[in-house]
Design a protein around this ligand. Structure first.
Ligand SMILES: Nc1ncnc2c1ncn2[C@@H]1O[C@H](COP(=O)(O)OP(=O)(O)O)[C@@H](O)[C@H]1O
Ligand SMILES: [Mg+2]
Length: 346
């Protein structure tokens, strides 16, 4: 394995007065899979296109293995790409599609055929080698596209929402297959998606993007448990917003005082505690501080909808066993598990 590192340094791309990328810094380690996760228009595709050489940055540098590739045209960059829309050549069969990039790189006919079959085998489609695009399902087409992208052992694998057009079941299967293949080949990979579950389940690290910048980059569990800011907290996972009153270094939330961990300049009068549903502790209690509104059974876990005596609504998540004794109209005490919240100005 000869995995490449990737560095983006101060990359800016403007379209008139829109900053698609705004001084973006990103380092991806050899063999690492990093997801670029963010809402539509945050600059994910622009970042990928600049890495691939399909677009140019106004400022900044792209480095592979520590060397600038800014002057290399796209076809000299040795990058495998897969897009959302199936981009196979309709006039070539699966085997010829996979072999295509090898022909460009001067491999012999026999080498191309052997390598194409090796890759098709790897994505479980060797038996469909002679099929054309219209004879393959969406998921199969994306497998062929993946085989084609990996056939010439690219420095980087660049995936732009490759699963978005597929139905849920195929998407979940292919997600796991892509990750397994990426680990097996050790290919440094950027995976662009707006789907947080996809990003969290597949990646070594997730870069949450907002307005052409990275709002936070971290391992999925770190991102989930310690979001750096309100944007990340709201974009990744489910989050309750519970009113809080600030007093000194404490915030009063659900009738308890918790440390507010201020990082704002002027102290706000009103604040909000951001709390994950699983960080809400619920215990049955007569005359408690909240009431059970409803319970939604979701398999091993259940969602319990609650309302405080002051009228704030929020959700708790717990195992279905734990929720079994909670019924609509029950009085309960709710509190926040220690440390599992983020207090931000309202
Ligand atoms: N060729 C272009 N011309 C003008 N604006 C563009 C162009 N490409 C992208 N943009 C703008 O740049 C921003 C980022 O776009 P894009 O990278 O496609 O976002 P994403 O892939 O995250 O949805 C958006 O505001 C988009 O409208
Ligand atoms: Mg895009």
């Amino acid at each position: 394995m000869n995995s490449a590192t990737l560095t983006l340094s101060g990359v800016t791309r403007r379209f008139k007065d829109v900053y698609a990328l705004n001084n973006l810094d990103l380092t991806v380690g050899a063999g690492e899979l990093v997801a670029l996760l963010g809402p539509s228009g945050c600059g994910k595709t622009t970042a990928l296109r600049i890495i691939a050489g399909l677009d140019r940055a106004d400022e900044g540098q792209v480095l592979v293995r520590g060397e600038s590739i800014d002057k290399l045209p796209a076809h000299k960059r040795n990058m495998g790409m897969v897009f959302q829309s199936y981009s196979l050549f309709p006039n070539l069969n699966a085997e010829e599609n996979v072999a295509f990039g090898l022909r460009m790189r001067g491999a012999s006919k026999a080498q191309r055929r052997d390598r194409a079959h090796e890759l098709l085998n790897l994505v479980g489609l060797d038996h469909h080698a002679k099929r054309f695009t219209h004879q393959l399902s969406g998921g199969q087409q994306q497998r062929v596209a993946l085989a084609r992208a990996l056939a010439f052992e690219p420095d980087l694998l660049l995936l732009d929402e490759p699963l978005s057009a597929l139905d849920a079941k195929v998407r979940a299967n292919l997600r796991d297959e892509i990750r397994a293949l990426q680990i097996k080949t050790g290919t440094t990979t950027i995976f662009v998606t707006h789907d947080q579950e996809e990003a969290m389940s597949m990646s070594d690290r997730v870069a949450v993007m907002n307005g052409g910048k990275i709002a936070q980059i971290a391992e999925p569990d770190v991102l989930y448990h310690t979001p750096a800011n309100e944007f990340v907290a709201g974009f990744v996972g489910q989050m309750n917003r519970i009113p809080a009153q600030i007093s000194g270094s404490k915030a009063r939330v659900l009738e308890s005082d918790v440390d507010a961990k201020f990082d704002w300049e002027t102290q706000p009068a009103e604040a909000v505690a951001l709390v994950r549903p699983e960080a809400i502790e619920v215990t049955p209690a007569p005359n408690g501080n909240a009431t059970v509104v409803a319970r939604a059974f979701l398999g091993p876990m259940s969602k319990v909808m609650l309302q405080t005596t002051q009228g704030f609504s929020f959700d708790a998540s717990m195992t279905s066993d734990q929720s079994a004794s909670l019924h609509s109209g029950d009085s309960v005490n709710v509190s926040i598990k220690p440390g599992q919240y983020l207090v931000v100005p309202a």
